[in-house]
Write a protein that binds this ligand. Structure first.
Ligand code: NAI
Ligand code: 15L
Length: 267
């Protein structure tokens, strides 16, 4: 049985994914927040829990010893001042990949984001090999993370699957989500495939459901055996009856408010 580590286990996605993985019988080591005052309690007899800042190589060593696959969710997950993003999404990511080298971790599933391409207009349908167009320093950090993952495959043979996650929430609640929603059942299915699929090398996939109005062409995900089933369109009637909460500039770009934040209108 593979040993799986999950970082960011106390976060929004980590909380739901951790519970689902344990329910499926995965042997898990879960890393919660950096702050020791927020400890995790094991959900199963064979779950190991820990915490600590992944910018610290000693914490990374505790997370990765004996691990086959790391699901790396930890990081700053929204736009924040640049020093915080550099610490958590750039520096700590290097420590994680260096730790993977030390501990011979075979594969890392990296939580990238749609904000790496958020400056594309909403009318464009994107393939996986599209040019990156980040909408924020946060999105830029995910572009950097994908490039880092590529380098560690090319130079060190560590496999990575970079999942460009859309909006991973229980159910879609606003107009943009009709295109960006990633339902929890599809998330669990994708993570299962990321753990089990053989010989992926370096791969980028969209973390998105089978939405009728998807901005992203999911061709390429078959290589993993990932076939999303949920569709935000099931919620369209209730969403279309609501006002769109996103400002006019944000409505033009796939990244929504991440794109309109600090936008210079007269260019
Ligand atoms: P979250 O903000 O709820 O959880 C992230 C967790 O990482 C937090 O518990 C935080 O304490 C931890 N963390 C941050 N820096 C750390 C460090 N240096 N060392 C150890 N732990 C650290 O984020 P969420 O929503 O659960 O997202 C998980 C991942 O997925 C993030 O990397 C995010 O960028 C990515 N993502 C999430 C999406 C979503 O829809 N929720 C969409 C696109 C990407
Ligand atoms: C993300 O990358 C964020 O982590 C998440 O909080 C959402 O804002 C999501 O993208 C989104 O685009 O809806």
């Amino acid at each position: 049985m593979k040993k799986i580590a999950l970082s960011g286990a106390a976060g929004q996605l980590g909380t739901v994914l951790r519970a689902a993985l344990i329910k499926r019988g995965t042997v898990l080591r879960s890393a919660g927040a950096p702050d020791p005052r927020e400890p995790l309690t094991p959900l199963a007899a064979d779950e190991e829990v820990m915490h600590g800042d992944l910018g610290d190589p000693a914490v990374v060593d505790r997370l990765l010893e004996g691990v086959d696959v790391l699901i790396h969710l930890a990081g700053t997950s929204v736009e924040r001042p640049l020093p915080e993003i550099i610490d958590n999404n750039l520096r700590a990511l290097v420590e994680v990949y260096e730790g993977a080298r030390r501990h011979k971790v075979r594969r890392i599933v990296f939580a990238s984001s749609n904000h790496a391409i958020g400056m594309y207009p909403v009318e464009e349908k994107l393939a996986l090999d599209c040019e990156l167009r980040p909408d924020s320093f946060y999105g830029l950090s995910k572009a950097w993370g994908e490039a880092l993952a590529r380098m560690y495959w090319d130079k060190h043979g560590i496999e990575s699957i970079c999942v460009r996650i859309g909006s991973c929430i229980d159910k879609p609640t606003e107009f943009r989500h009709l295109s960006t929603w990633f339902g929890h059942e599809d998330l669990f299915h994708l993570v299962d495939r990321c753990i089990d699929a053989p010989d992926v090398g370096f791969l980028v996939v969209w973390g998105v459901s089978n939405n009728t109005r998807n901005y992203w062409d999911t061709a390429g995900a078959e290589r993993l055996g990932f076939a999303p089933r949920q569709n935000a369109e099931d919620y369209a009637a209730e969403i279309l009856a609501l006002p769109n909460p996103i400002d006019a500039i944000g409505q033009r770009y796939q990244g929504g408010t991440f794109a309109s934040h600090d936008f210079t209108p007269e260019q």
